[in-house]
Design a protein around this ligand. Structure first.
Ligand code: C2E
Ligand code: MG
Ligand code: MG
Ligand code: MG
Length: 289
């Protein structure tokens, strides 16, 4: 439902663009200024280890609150950012901010924390992308494996270009995951050729996993595929306890979704962990000293 709503908003902007031009120009102008005006923030959604309920990883999700337009969903402005090239400075800001947060939480909670960032195909294809990631890791002196790069199957379509970038990232030591796995033009040969660490099962399969035999079969097959290839598997869009139970039974490693927690601002995550008041026994595994 979230995605459909996002699409409708986007189409609204698109049709505005065709009719008046001015409004989208202003949306674009606003987006252009959003970084310097500090209107962008990252929310963080816990990724929970289904076996022990540890939560040492989070997905960073971009939020834009414009004082003039209001709240704009990433499903609406990410495509615009892609079209206009603004995704490059925005994407760089996301990586920097996530690295800073990794540093902060690792120290604050004396724990190994991992944050996953979404990378759009255009950003991924930037010639200096690897250097940019390397600089951000260096700036906050964080371990490369505490940063996860989420790419979609779309970013891998041009195999010849994608392989060197993925190998470069792998050499740096960052974690590479495939987002929305199973919904794009995925081919098993990508999975074989690319140095992928994590498969994220798309929420469209998880949604009806209890009611629909085909969704259940696809979900368990992705879990087995990941397991057999030594990859971590994360299920997205887990909204009910019964779905989490199903996934645990099927040996899925981690889950994220509204059942455990919606994406939250970092201060709220700080608060919940400090007071150990996270629902469903979620907890951070501390570093052993
Ligand atoms: P995604 O990476 O697949 O992120 C998952 C989306 O599902 C998020 O929507 C999240 O809020 C939502 N979600 C999480 N748990 C549940 C659940 O239990 N049920 C349902 N129905 N939805 C759930 P969000 O935050 O609106 O982001 C939408 C998309 O925008 C993301 O999909 C991602 O493709 C893109 N996006 C978000 N942040 C960034 C970013 O920093 N850079 C880029 N390039 N794309 C981003
Ligand atoms: Mg994602
Ligand atoms: Mg996803
Ligand atoms: Mg997505």
């Amino acid at each position: 439902r979230v995605k459909e709503r996002g699409k409708a908003h986007y189409q609204f902007y698109r049709s505005e663009m065709n009719m008046k031009g001015k409004n989208v120009v202003s949306l674009e102008t606003n987006l252009r200024k959003a970084i310097q005006r500090q209107e962008l923030t990252l929310y963080y959604q816990p990724q929970v280890d289904l076996k022990n309920k540890n939560c040492n990883s989070f997905e960073a999700l971009l939020r834009w609150h414009s004082p003039t337009i209001g709240f704009i969903s990433p499903a609406d402005f990410i495509p615009l950012a892609e079209e206009t090239g603004l995704i490059i400075p925005i994407g760089n800001w996301v990586i920097e901010t996530a690295c800073k947060q990794i540093k902060n939480w690792s120290e604050q909670f004396s724990a190994d924390i991992r944050i996953a960032v979404n990378i759009s195909p255009k950003q991924f294809q930037q010639p200096n992308f690897i250097d940019m990631v390397k600089d951000a890791l260096g700036k906050y002196s964080i371990h490369p494996s505490s940063l996860e790069i989420e790419i979609t199957e779309g970013a891998m379509q041009n195999t010849m270009e994608a392989i060197p970038v993925l190998k470069g990232l792998k050499d740096l030591g960052v974690i590479i995951s495939v987002d929305d796995f199973g919904t794009g033009y995925s081919s098993l040969s990508y999975i074989k050729q690319f140095p992928i660490d994590v498969l994220k099962i798309d929420q469209s399969f998880v949604k009806d996993v209890l009611e629909n035999d085909k969704d259940a079969a696809i979900t368990t097959t992705i879990i087995h595929l990941g397991q057999n290839l030594g990859m971590e598997v994360i299920a997205e869009g887990v909204e009910r306890k019964e779905q989490a139970d199903f996934l645990l039974e099927a040996n899925c490693h981690k889950a994220q979704g509204f059942y455990f927690s919606k994406p939250l601002p970092s201060e709220e995550i700080n608060h919940l962990f400090k007071h150990q008041s996270f629902p469903n026994n979620i907890n951070i595994k501390r570093r052993e000293v």
